[in-house]
Design a protein around this ligand. Sequence first.
Ligand code: PHE
Length: 483
Amino acid sequence: MSAIARPKNLWLGRWGFVLAATGSSVGLGNIWKFPYMTGEYGGGAFVLVYLLCIVAVGVPVMMAEVAVGRRGRGSPVDAIRRVAREAGRSGLWSALGWMAMLCGFMILSFYVVVAGWSVSYLWKSLSGGLQADSVAGMAAIFEANNANPWNLGFWSTLVTLATMSIVGLGVQGGIERSVRWMMPGLVLMLAVMIVYAMFSGGFAAGVDFLFAFEFGKLSGAGVLAAMGHAFFTLSLASGAILTYGAYLPETQSIWRTTLTVAICDTLVALMAGLAIFPVIFANGMDPDSGPGLIFMSLPLAFQQMPLGGVVEVIFFLMLAVAALTSAISMIEATVAWLNESHGIPRRRAAWGVGIVLWLVSTLAMLSFNLGAEWKWGGRHVFDWLDFLTSRLMMPLGGLGMAVLAGFLLRREAMRDELGLPATLFTAWRLVIRYISPLAILVVFLDALGWLGGGFDWRWLLAVPLAGLVVEGLSARRTGDRQA
Ligand code: PHE
């Protein structure tokens, strides 16, 4: 199909892409962030808006990324340059690839710290170090874990080492081989957790909390957070999905595989909610305790339940596995770029990147102890990395991708790559041209503070309507319809 580049690496197995991309998207975002955000933004209404964002923005942009990756066959920088040139556009669009690569690197710099928490909690739950008699007691354990830079640094360094070793082993021998057993393992552990939650006595309350759509609870801030999270959870605009798409064989359908990944990601987030909230409710705790939800409230809840100790180990193991399969995808783009464009052997590239990563992540790690006072504009390094990536770079990158795929690349090129049935392709194009970019713009402006707290989410409904009108008018003018 695409004549512009020869693939160097391809997934070996039929499920290679789906497993690796699901491994990328299912991560701390699903098991740590999604539950606590749902708790903070009021449950079902937030879940519904999040699902809408996944459908209206996440999935279309994800398809575009995989299509661009496969057609351009390379790291984000090279792939985007190739597809842009193929369409007669400026090679400068590769700047989008640079931003994505940087974004993946920056996310990983703070992600290894949270992943480090997960591994250290796995260790604590195995060695009996997670005992307290109140949430405050659990919070003290959490604080103590953070306070010692040597301790915290040890765990994040461990995650960095594991990540770089897998990536250094290559696309098939490292990434594909590891996700082939880690992903089924993860699903199995999640299933155990849910069965356990069913017998916890809080299941009905948990289901109710997640799926009772109370619109009164919905706020503008909740809508915007849902949109940002849709990007984060699907690993968009960070080079991960695009690069994995570059390894997708021609014979596999982009829309089917991508949709499978997005559905799996969403299911895991919901299932994580179903595993966590019942346990929280069964112990009479509050769901809105924020980022500490799974590190403070949850261990305390487990401690009060039969078999809780075993399930706790399973939970933190699951968290560590989910984090690792995401971590490798964040840095693959950079390693692939060094390898392909600069001829640096993969293993050496991985260790080189690993050293730089370790330095930056150490700064992020120090935000919790020695560097707690190193703040600029009210944020320390950890918060800056999180803020810059999920609130600014991801929306901006997603916007760029939507504009590129919707307006600038050739319509036929996209149609060939995606392989969607005609009506669905028309729908995809409509969404990626009008709905996704405008919705992203709203989030982006909010992140910059222009919309302030007074944003009324109902304005978002105007976005698809405006898109339909514009599309209808332009179709009439250009005779686009018969194409
Ligand atoms: N999707 C991952 C998660 O939910 C995070 C991620 C972001 C992974 C960007 C890769 C790239 O945890």
